[in-house]
Design a protein around this ligand. Structure first.
Ligand code: PEP
Length: 254
C-alpha cells in the first residue's frame, strides 16, 4: 500500500455553456491560480468543444489543465458530430470527462460504452474522468453502494492507472439541484470506490487514483466535502462558470 496521498484536483465542467467572451472567466481563474495555490492543487477546466483549443492556448504556461466533456471510441471516421480523443489531444486537451450522468441520461451511454471511451482516451494519452453515481430512487431503496460499485467495475478498463484515471462520484440527484449527500454518505461511497479500485488498478495505484465528489459543490460547502476521507477533489458544474466561486472552491482544498 502506498503512503503517498493523491494530489487534489478541482475540475470544472462547463457543460453546454460558454461563448468566446467567456475567455474572461478563464483569465480570472488563471489570475487566481497563483504559484502558491498550484503547489497544493491541480485545476482542470472543461469548456465546450468550441472553446477547447482557445482555452488550451490561453492556459499555456499557467499550470491549469484543459479538458473536454466527451469523446468517441474511434480515432476518426464517419461519425457526424462526434469528436475523438485524438482530436481533443490535438486541440491541447489533457483530460476528458466520460460517462457524466447527463450523457448516460440523454444519450443512453452505458457502462460498456464508457469503458470503450475510456480506452480511447488512454489510447490518445488523455486522463479520463469517469463519472458514476446513483439516482434518487436507487439511494432511497438502499442500492447506492451496489450501483456505484457496478458502474465502477463496468466503466473502468484494464490498463487504467493513477495517471490516466480519475473517478468522479456524482449522485445524479445532487447535480444542479443544490442538494448534497451527508458527509457520512459521501465517505461511505468513496471508501467503497477506494476498496474496489484494487481490482482495477492494482495495489500500488489503489490509493493514488483521485476520487472526486461532484454534485452542487459551492464555496459554502466545499471545505466540508473536501475534508471528507477519500475525497481527493471535486467536479464542479454551475459554480465553475464564475471565476470567484470556482477559485473559492479551489482555495477550500488547502
Ligand atoms: C456536474 O455536472 O458535474 C456537476 C457536479 O454539476 P453541479 O456542480 O452544478 O451540481
Amino acid at each position: 500500500m502506498s503512503t503517498e496521498k493523491p494530489r487534489p484536483l478541482i475540475a470544472g465542467n462547463w457543460k453546454m455553456n460558454g461563448l468566446r467572451a467567456s475567455q474572461s472567466v478563464l483569465d480570472g481563474i488563471r489570475e487566481g491560480y497563483t504559484a502558491a495555490v498550484a503547489k497544493k492543487v491541480d485545476v482542470l477546466v472543461c469548456p465546450p468543444t468550441t472553446l477547447l483549443h482557445a482555452f488550451a492556448v490561453q492556459a499555456a504556461g499557467s499550470g491549469l489543465y484543459i479538458g473536454a466533456q466527451d469523446c468517441h471510441t474511434k480515432a476518426s471516421g464517419a461519425y457526424t458530430g462526434d469528436i475523438s480523443a485524438e482530436m481533443i489531444q490535438d486541440s491541447g486537451g489533457q483530460y476528458v470527462i466520460l460517462g457524466h450522468s447527463e450523457r448516460r441520461q440523454y444519450h443512453g451511454e452505458t457502462d460498456a460504452l464508457v469503458n470503450e471511451k475510456t480506452v480511447a482516451a488512454h489510447r490518445a494519452g488523455l486522463t479520463a474522468v469517469v463519472c458514476i453515481g446513483e439516482t434518487r430512487e436507487e439511494r432511497e431503496s438502499g442500492k447506492a453502494i451496489a450501483v456505484v460499485k457496478s458502474q465502477l467495475k463496468g466503466s473502468v478498463p484494464a490498463g487504467s492507472t493513477a495517471q490516466n484515471l480519475v473517478i468522479a462520484y456524482e449522485p445524479v440527484w445532487a447535480i444542479g439541484t443544490g442538494l448534497t449527500p451527508t458527509v457520512a454518505d459521501v465517505a461511505e461511497v468513496h471508501a467503497a470506490i477506494r476498496e474496489d479500485l484494487i481490482a482495477l488498478v492494482g495495489k500500488d495505484d489503489q490509493y493514488l487514483v483521485r476520487i472526486l465528489y461532484g454534485g452542487s459543490v459551492k464555496p459554502s460547502n466545499a471545505a466540508e466535502l473536501l475534508g471528507t476521507a477519500n475525497v481527493d477533489g471535486a467536479l464542479v458544474g454551475g459554480a465553475s462558470l464564475v471565476a470567484k466561486d470556482f477559485l473559492a472552491i479551489v482555495a477550500a482544498v488547502a
